[in-house]
Structures are given as structure tokens and as C-alpha cells.
Design a protein around this ligand. Structure first.
Ligand code: DOR
Ligand code: ZN
Length: 356
């Protein structure tokens, strides 16, 4: 049985770092494991302009600095690089994409269909109707579109939203812009995995640790479990199996994106709880657990550390991290600014931990 695993330092291609005093707490957890992270722009108000992304990037760097002063960062973590994104709206000017490319620190543009998830009210109402000029420039300049792939029509069954998105949005988008780089973020279904596996052109997908480890039973076992509630919501077991198959297949279209999305304890444990699972603290342990259970530990490095930079056209990290098979109990809560956040699987034991 493999006891230690040393792999190229991984990156997180989908991460929520939030803002304000919580930022320094959560960024430290990511920086201890990951070299870089694609930082989601769904702040309130959202990061729609390059100038806003520059200011947010600076706040992240200040957060890292503060974490370092507090002794929250491990060795090498101060080099953590936030890769910024812009939040696409119906009114994003095409010129903003040119400025984003010129900036050198904006790496992607995120599509939130209006109403799909946390802070998506300013999102896109009609992608091909409203954003053609922007998509044209993105295709021309090689700027990836990161897609929250769910239809928002309230009559659609929540569990079918991703599969329907493929037919209603993804296929027409890919027909209109076949050379546009597209990342189908946090896929949760067999349909999503198979679409990405089989599609023509530059298409990839991120997969979260929680969608690899849990199915929708986790939401309801022993009562309503708000800390397992995220969007897209966990699906049935056969979908989880399809995601594990995709992630461990060695196919370079699939790579790591935690979608770690912290909310203060009180915002989750209430009558109308927020969507998002906090996994940044123990992300690599969770992924190792999922790959180990599938008997595919040898496939973890390519998924976590190679396929993402290859798709984005960035160099792979040159240093390494080491995971050890050793029981680790997930803490019951963690500091989150003036509040606390409950990590996914709080109180449970994991088989792996990062040791260096
Ligand atoms: O569960 C989620 N939480 N899904 C998202 O798409 C957004 C995220 C958040 O920002 O809380
Ligand atoms: Zn997300």
C-alpha cells in the first residue's frame, strides 16, 4: 500500500477567497497546498472590471502577508499566486477583454447565468444574445470562458439543470465559437463528464473533491445537512461514479478545482442556508482519499498538477508537495474573520494529510 506520495505542487483552478477579514484566514489554507488558484469574481459587488480585479488581487496579497505574519502559512506558501477572473455581465464591453489580456494577471472570464448561485444576480441573462462581441474577442485572444453550467429556469428540476445546460447553452455556444476555450466548472453529472470527454475543440472541466466523495444522500443522512449543500448540488451515486471515472482516467481535459466556497457558520445553519462547501483546508487530503478509494492514486498528480496549467497554457509548478497516509481529523470549525466556518466533513477522520 502506498504510504507517501510526492507530486508536483498542485493548483486550484476554481476557488472562492471572499473578501474582508475572512480573506486572510481562507487564503492561508489554499496557499499551504496550492501554487496558484483561479479566483472566482462573485464578490458583492462582483469583480467585472480589470481595475477591480487589480484591487482584489492586491487585497489577496495583503491577506497572504497578514497570514504570514500570524504564522498561518507553511513553507513556500508565500509564493502563492492568485490568478484573477472577471465576472461576465450582459454589459461587459469587448474592450475589457483586451485590457484583461494586456493586464497579465486576468486569466479567465466567468459566466454565471443570472440567478444560478451565490451573487449571480448581475450574471448573464442571454449568453448568445447579449455577449457575442465579448465572446468573439475572447476566442480571438485565447481568453478562457469558465462556465457555471446550470439552466436557471425555475420550472426545471434542480437535479436536471446541468444536463439541460449542455443542450440549451453549451452546444449552441460551441457551435457559434468553436475555437473558444471553455471550462465547464465543477461538473456534477455523467452527462457533463461525457460531454467534456467527447466534445470537439478546446473544452475542459474542473471537478471538486466533494463531488468525487459524496452523493446526494450526504445532504439528508441523519437530518438536513447544510454543510453538504452546494451548487450544483450533489447528485445520485451513478453520477459520482462517472466523475471519479473521468477524474482518474488520465484524460487531460479533467483537472482539479475545489470550488471551496466558505460561508460563516450562521449563514449555513439557518432556515435559508447558503450554498457552498468549505474544503480549502484539507483539499488535497480529500482528493487523495477519492483517488485512493478508486485505486487510482497514481493518477492524482496529472489531475491535480499537470492538466490545469497545460490547458491554460501556463508552466507546471516546479516544486512538490508530499502527502502521507496518516489519519487526520477534520476540525469542527475554523476562524473566518470575526466569525467561524465549518469545514466539510467536520469531525470526521481522513486517511491522508499533507506533510510538506
Ligand atoms: O456552492 C456554491 N457556492 N456554488 C457556487 O456556484 C458559488 C459558491 C459561492 O460563492 O458560495
Ligand atoms: Zn464556485
Amino acid at each position: 500500500m502506498v504510504q507517501r506520495l510526492t507530486i508536483t505542487r498542485p493548483d486550484d483552478w476554481h476557488l472562492h477567497l471572499r473578501d474582508g477579514p475572512a480573506l486572510a484566514h481562507v487564503v492561508a489554507h489554499s496557499a499551504r497546498q496550492f501554487g496558484r488558484a483561479i479566483v472566482m469574481p462573485n464578490l458583492n459587488p462582483p469583480v467585472t472590471r480589470v481595475a477591480e480585479a487589480a484591487a482584489y488581487r492586491q487585497r489577496i496579497q495583503q491577506g497572504l502577508h497578514l497570514a504570514e505574519q500570524r504564522g498561518d502559512l507553511g513553507k513556500d506558501a508565500a509564493g502563492f499566486e492568485p490568478l484573477m477572473t472577471l465576472y461576465l455581465t450582459d454589459n461587459t464591453p469587448a474592450d475589457e477583454i483586451r485590457r484583461a489580456v494586456e493586464s497579465g494577471f486576468v486569466y479567465a472570464v466567468k459566466l454565471y447565468p443570472a440567478g444560478a448561485t451565490t451573487n449571480s444576480d448581475a450574471g448573464v441573462t442571454d449568453l448568445l444574445g447579449r455577449c457575442r462581441a465579448v465572446l468573439e474577442v475572447m476566442q480571438e485572444l485565447g481568453m478562457p470562458l469558465l462556465v457555471h453550467g446550470e439552466v436557471t429556469d425555475p420550472d426545471t428540476d434542480l437535479f436536471d439543470r446541468e444536463a439541460l445546460f449542455i443542450d440549451r447553452v453549451m452546444l449552441p455556444l460551441r457551435r457559434a465559437f468553436p475555437a473558444l476555450k471553455v471550462v465547464f466548472e465543477h461538473i456534477t453529472t455523467r452527462e457533463g463528464a461525457h460531454y467534456v470527454r467527447d466534445a470537439d475543440g478546446p473544452v475542459a472541466a474542473t471537478i471538486t473533491a466533494h463531488h468525487l466523495l459524496y452523493n446526494r444522500n450526504a445532504l439528508f443522512t441523519g437530518g438536513l445537512q447544510p454543510h453538504w449543500y452546494c451548487l450544483p448540488v450533489l447528485k445520485r451515486e451513478s453520477h459520482r461514479e462517472a466523475l471519479v471515472e473521468a477524474a482518474t482516467s488520465g484524460n487531460p481535459r479533467f483537472f482539479l478545482g475545489t470550488d471551496s466556497a466558505p460561508h460563516a457558520r450562521g449563514a449555513k445553519e439557518q432556515a435559508c442556508g447558503c450554498a457552498g462547501c468549505y474544503t480549502a483546508l484539507h483539499a488535497m487530503a480529500l482528493y487523495a482519499q477519492a483517488f485512493d478509494r478508486a485505486g487510482k492514486l497514481e493518477a492524482l498528480e496529472a489531475f491535480a498538477s499537470w492538466h490545469g496549467p497545460d490547458f491554460y497554457g501556463l508552466p507546471r509548478n516546479t516544486d512538490t508537495i508530499t502527502l502521507e497516509r496518516a489519519e487526520m481529523t477534520v476540525p469542527n470549525e475554523l476562524p473566518f474573520g470575526d466569525d467561524t466556518v465549518v469545514p466539510l466533513a467536520a469531525g470526521e477522520a481522513l486517511d491522508w494529510r499533507v506533510v510538506g
